[in-house]
Write a protein that binds this ligand. Structure first.
Ligand code: SF4
Ligand code: SF4
Length: 224
């Protein structure tokens, strides 16, 4: 049985390494537009209209426009590349869906207009026992052990031949699954090679978004 906790730890380690590289790349771009004569960093408070103030504005513009646009373009390519891969019909995602929310909480969310909860509750029903869910993907349940309350669901529309009995009307969440390469996928999934291939890029994009958020919060911003 594959130990998904080890896989998860290795992904976290990779993320930390990629984060450091992304930070260096972004910091280099910030330094490249630093006006001559400024020795302090971009988090300093500079007088209005000073070179430092203009630099901060240019940095924010670069982070929130140029770099954010580059991130979006790369993410769009990742999603477009997904179309090269196809569902192999292993039925794992129909047979096992997990949520931190109980059936009652999901129903409540759906009543309050939550689109994901509305779709989810339109197809998935809870397993009666954890053991039933465990038979579908034991590695996954072992990984979740001790990580807080998780509820397990399955879709009764899956027929005995592991086919969707209402394929034409399946909701969007079925049509787009998996929509995030960072999701844990079984190796039987047709999108697993996509995940493997694009994961380093997605980790890099994720780290850049996190770094931009940090800079946005820490750079003093004056109203124009
Ligand atoms: S509606 Fe069909 S595709 Fe969606 S989870 Fe159920 S069986 Fe699977
Ligand atoms: S886990 Fe992947 S291959 Fe299996 S049914 Fe879902 S999308 Fe298809």
């Amino acid at each position: 049985m594959k130990d998904l906790n080890t896989v998860l730890e290795s992904t976290k380690k990779k993320y930390r390494e990629i984060f450091v590289q992304s930070l260096e790349v972004i910091q280099n771009r910030i330094d490249a537009i630093k006006p001559q004569g400024i020795v302090t960093d971009v988090f300093e408070t500079y007088p209005e209209n000073s070179d430092g103030d203009k630099w901060q504005k240019a940095v924010l513009d670069m982070l929130l426009n140029d770099i954010s646009k580059e991130i979006l373009e790369k993410w769009t390519k990742v999603l477009a590349y997904r179309k090269e891969f196809h569902c192999k019909g292993c039925a794992t995602c129909c047979n096992l869906a997990c949520s931190e929310f109980s059936p009652e909480e999901l129903q409540e969310k759906a009543r309050n207009g939550d689109n994901f909860a509305t779709q989810f509750t339109s197809i998935f029903v809870p397993y009666n026992t954890r053991e039933e869910a465990e038979k579908i993907y034991p590695e996954y349940l072992a990984m979740l052990e001790g990580k807080g309350e998780v509820y397990f669901y399955h879709c009764p529309k899956l027929n005995e031949c592991k086919r969707c009995s209402d394929y034409e009307n399946r909701p969007q969440i079925c049509r787009t699954f998996p929509d995030n390469p960072l999701d844990i996928l079984p190796e039987s999934c047709g999108y697993y090679p996509w995940k493997q291939e694009v994961e380093p890029v997605v980790l890099m994009l994720h780290s850049m978004v996190e770094i931009i958020e940090y800079y946005k919060e820490k750079i003093p911003q004056k109203k124009d």
